[in-house]
Design a binder for this molecule. Structure first.
Ligand code: UT7
Length: 336
């Protein structure tokens, strides 16, 4: 490996999913829905819900499992990127908690907020830092990415159109410098659609112009609000666009891929992308039936399951597609 052919390769994976499974039958007792509607429209049978742990605890558990698989010491980590839309606090970042929990004292650490595209956005960052030679700056050889989401904390369980979709979980990967790894990427955002998925911030107080402190009025509708149809239309347009562009940049065709890894938002979206791109369904694994949509955690949790069950082989070619709130989207094409 020379300075000019350093690529970012996924060296190890880890994940954490809570034990408690919220079934469709249980949701039917909470909102006006049915198991049949949920399965037909989304492919989801159950999702895992985390009643007890903080996001930090989920994230650090997944991170420790990935680190253990890598055989590296926490001190080998140069950078930690966490992706979350459900941080326990406004500040500090989740990444700083994970850094402290691991004792990764050589790493700098920060969060990104890119919704369900968080994993591909984080991979793009890891890849850019690993591949670039930056004089007079820290060399980045090992990056920990953790995507951890406590979506049940922001889900509105009176809104049947969104509460059936979401679950909790965390996935992590260790990325290292190698001659093989990321081949191409295509990263985008469409901020004009930003209001399609919104979870409003909570404000403690405001100071009026005449210097009085007022308790801020409660937000009109706490929790996540989503225009599902708009996001659906965006996803079936944006994902094939990013996929084709990413593959072209990598010099690959869809049939040369070993796996297409898609964000797990809805089985219908996954099947629509399979149809649009003429993919072999056997090469498009999914977890949505068991875990629902865990935002940015979906992809690394799926990768961890595939990795631990021996499905992923060195040299396999993967196209990994994220899409979600922002509206963000992107594809990373990589060799395993
Ligand atoms: O990770 C990225 C973030 N999110 C997404 O990717 C979500 C993308 N969107 C979707 O997955 C789908 O749009 C949903 C699953 C959210 C909704 O499915 P849909 O086929 O687009 O349904 P719809 O919104 O067009 O609603 C169809 C009907 C409506 O009834 P009417 O107006 O036709 O009488 C809804 O009120 O289905 C009704 N409906 C439900 N019925 C039973 C909506 N949610 C439910 C429900 N159970 N849970």
């Amino acid at each position: 490996m020379t300075e000019n052919n350093r690529r970012a390769r996924i060296l190890a994976t880890g994940s954490y999913v809570p034990e408690f499974a919220l079934t469709n039958e249980a949701l039917c007792r909470m909102v006006d829905t049915s198991d049949e509607w949920i399965r037909e429209r989304t492919g989801i049978r159950e999702r895992r819900i985390n009643p007890n742990l903080s996001n930090r605890e989920m994230a650090s558990t997944a991170a420790k499992r990935a680190l253990e698989m890598s055989g590296l010491s926490p001190l080998d980590l140069d950078m930690i990127i966490c992706s979350t839309i459900t941080n326990d606090n406004y500040t500090p970042s989740l990444a700083c908690y994970v850094q402290g929990d691991l004792g990764a004292s050589n790493a700098f650490a920060f969060d990104i907020n890119a919704g369900c595209s968080g994993f591909v956005y984080a991979m793009e960052n890891a890849s850019a830092f690993i591949s670039s030679s930056r004089p007079n700056a820290k060399a980045v050889n090992h990056v920990l990415i953790v995507c951890s989401e406590n979506l049940s904390r922001i889900t509105d369980y009176t809104d049947r159109s969104s509460c059936v979709l979401f679950g909790d979980g965390a996935g992590a990967v260790i990325v290292g410098a190698d001659e093989v790894g990321v081949l191409a990427s295509y990263m985008r955002a469409d901020g004009k659609g930003a209001n399609s998925i919104v979870a409003p911030a909570l404000t403690a107080a405001t100071v009026t112009e005449d210097g009085r402190v007022e308790t801020a009025p409660p937000v009109e509708k706490p929790g996540l609000v989503m225009n599902g149809r708009e996001v659906y239309r965006f996803a079936v347009r944006a994902v094939p666009e990013a996929f084709e562009a990413g593959l072209k940049l990598a010099g690959l065709t869809a049939d040369q891929l070993d796996y297409a890894i898609l964000h797990q938002a809805n089985l219908r979206i996954i099947n629509a992308v399979i149809d649009r791109l003429g993919l072999d369904p056997a090469k498009v694994p999914f977890t949505i039936d068991r875990y629902g949509n865990t935002s940015s955690a979906c992809i690394p949790v799926l990768l961890d399951e595939m990795n631990r069950s021996g499905k992923l082989k060195r040299g396999d070619k993967l196209a990994i597609a994220g899409f979600g709130s922002g509206l963000t989207y992107g594809v990373i094409v990589t060799e395993w």
